[in-house]
Design a protein around this ligand. Structure first.
Ligand SMILES: Nc1ncnc2c1ncn2[C@@H]1O[C@H](COP(=O)(O)OP(=O)(O)O)[C@@H](O)[C@H]1O
Ligand SMILES: [Mg+2]
Length: 283
């Protein structure tokens, strides 16, 4: 990692940017658009001058984020290998002890990761944005993805970068306490009834962990009518909404063709969501 990026980060912190150093987790229903939102947020945050880390914590859906952000079909080397692999890293349910370096008993939560200590095969990088991938389930009977959840939970980087965490669908990660070390949780809500109840559960699980900064982010909205139904259903369930992204044919086309998410209208909407988040984390 270049020194310049760290100097910029340090400046970012001095300037007191509201999202500097924050870990933002994006959860929600499968296919609702979590990875797409993370990829767009990375660009939106970068355009606003933040340094960004995107952490692909989805062990089941190989390469989604790498494709969206870098237009490639491969992923960086799994981060879990940096920490000694599945032999060393245990599922947080079996062993809640914090993640440690291979050669150091001090938890990462106490001595955060310096990006300079991570070899370059573990990340993809474009200007101001770095992508890591915790690990993937590759073989039959390999076991659950709990060890990857621990890496997702505890991979805390020193400095002012905003960390965006993309997790796999549903609530399993929350059951393992992956949200323990996050500052903000966004639950991605597409126009489906299932998304509403997942959002409600996410808010409840986060509250139980003491996380109050939880919002729904509406995605794939196709009409005003759809928007007001979604807002009404979420209100009924005590879920606050931070903003919305319309259905964007460019995102759908990139998904169909397996290409990167380039400039699209949704990016402008995500920039507005980032601005709202900046205000919301300060209140
Ligand atoms: N705002 C949007 N407009 C149109 N298509 C979208 C939008 N957001 C996501 N998609 C599409 O929905 C599908 C699932 O998106 P993805 O980000 O992979 O979801 P998840 O990570 O929640 O499984 C992809 O084909 C993607 O292109
Ligand atoms: Mg995904």
């Amino acid at each position: 990692m270049s020194k310049t990026s760290k100097e910029k980060t340090a400046q970012g912190q001095e300037l007191g940017r509201p999202l500097s150093g924050k870990r933002i987790l994006v959860g929600g229903k499968g296919g609702s658009g979590k990875s797409s939102i993370v990829a767009l947020m990375a660009d939106a945050l970068h355009e606003k001058g933040y340094e960004v880390i995107a952490l692909d914590g989805d062990a089941s859906n190989p390469g989604g984020l790498a494709r969206m952000m870098f237009g490639v079909k491969r992923s960086p080397k799994p981060l879990i290998e940096f920490f000694g692999g599945r032999i060393r890293v245990e599922c947080p349910v079996d062993n809640p002890a914090p993640l440690t370096r291979k050669d150091d008993a001090l938890p990462i939560t106490e001595r955060n990761i310096d990006l300079d200590e991570i070899p370059s095969e573990y990340f993809f990088q474009k200007e101001g944005i770095v992508l890591f991938q915790v690990g993937k389930i590759k073989e039959a009977c390999e076991g659950c993805d709990g060890p990857m959840s621990k890496v997702t939970r505890d991979f805390i980087v020193k400095g002012g970068q905003v960390t965006l965490i993309d997790i796999e669908a549903g609530l399993e990660h929350f059951g393992r306490g992956v949200e323990k070390n996050v500052d903000v949780v966004l639950t991605d809500v597409d126009p489906t009834f299932e998304s509403f109840s997942i959002a409600e559960k996410v808010v409840k699980l986060c509250k139980a962990m003491g996380i109050e900064k939880v919002w729904a982010l509406l995605n794939k909205v196709q009409s005003k009518e759809m928007e007001s139904i979604m807002i009404k259903e979420l209100k009924k369930r005590n879920v606050k909404t931070i903003g919305l992204v319309h259905h964007d044919p460019k995102i759908a086309k990139a998904g169909l063709e397996g290409t990167a998410l380039d400039k699209c209208e949704a990016l402008e909407e995500v920039k507005q969501i980032v601005e709202r988040l900046e205000r919301a984390v300060q209140s």
